[in-house]
Write a protein that binds this ligand. Sequence first.
Ligand code: NDP
Length: 397
Amino acid sequence: MGRVLVIGAGGVGSVVIQKMAQHPDLFSDILLASRTELKCKDIASKISGVNITTASVDADNVKEVVALINDFKPELVVNVALPYQDLPIMDACLETKVSYLDTANYEPIDEAKYEYSWQWAYKKKFEEAGITAILGCGFDPGVTSIFTARAAKHHFDEIHYLDIVDCNGGDHGKAFATNFNPEINIREITQEGKYWEDGKWVVTKPHEIHRPLDYPNIGEKESYLIYHEELESLVKNYPTIKRARFWMTFGQEYLTHLRVIQNIGMASIEPIIYEGKEIVPIQFLKAVLPDPGDLGENYTGETSIGCRIKGVKDGKEKTYYIYNNCSHQKAFDETGMQGVSYTTGVPCMLGAMMYLKGIWKKPGVYNVEEFNPDPFLELLGENGLPWVEKFDVDLEL
Ligand code: NDP
């Protein structure tokens, strides 16, 4: 029996709730709250077998979140709203002494800056309050970090080279759409590239480094080096890593649209005055782009996300590749959502399960690789995301 408050009713929130409802013994009482309660009610109407209620909340407002927590008294708050809300929700958790889980690191709304510093700064306060914060429990960050933890625990004495490879081999039939919140997604992929090498960060121009990589069941796809937040915690938690990089596939059509959007100023996060009202171009753009939650119906193909690792075990060099492939169509048939929402929502639900079962529960603020990966990975496949590991592979990198 567990009481969970889920904040955010987008594509990811919808999958999280549906997946929690598949475990009614554990997630017996759920409160789904978001800015627009109608979206919560729509998700709740598809659920049976668990007690689910809905509420509206502005999660930027600590007092509102505190009031909601005090009223519902959850054991855990699951944050699948936007990265801007991480800190106010963590503040509300501290005030009410309730544990916290999210899938993306905090970003200030007026600065596209990706670092854990703000959330790591809460460590002592969470320790003193006796509550747990589980950071980055989606797919990437999330499963990629847990795959790395498995590699470190079972297959390597030292990890030296880590390449996280994220391929979306799917086709949604739209000229341009993002697979999760467009504002967050465009901010993330238009920033400078960055990777870790020999103890320091190397910065590149956006999409400057790219190469074709071969993905299982998908084939070769041009893959671009971008910065991704799990690199920061992984190089800290695995100091033997000499180089850590993140690669993501983009099609030419997607990159052309992105370039135009940037060139005409629509990706800007600087507010402008339009007809006497202040608007932020990228927020306006989000309003006219397809809703990622609506992409699922005709989405074909698969995602393939994993870790390609080189290091040493018992004095010998070793290569290792661990990955999951997820079919957009299968994800849609099960949940009405496409593969990217699905691959984020399933691990988020499992992280909450790990907490409620007391397996991932320790006072403080932790990235997911700091917990035992085994019980999580034992359940990942049967909850919809089977994974494969290969040894002695050509990593192509
Ligand atoms: P959506 O935009 O579809 O959903 C976000 C939800 O949060 C919406 O329901 C929105 O409300 C709500 N929200 C926004 N601001 C507030 C606020 N101030 N108070 C309350 N609710 C608010 O996003 P996604 O579902 O695609 O993504 C959710 C999260 O998952 C994001 O943080 C994203 O970065 C993360 N993510 C993580 C991934 C991973 O692998 N780790 C991959 C993909 C996403 P409204 O409907 O009113 O706008």
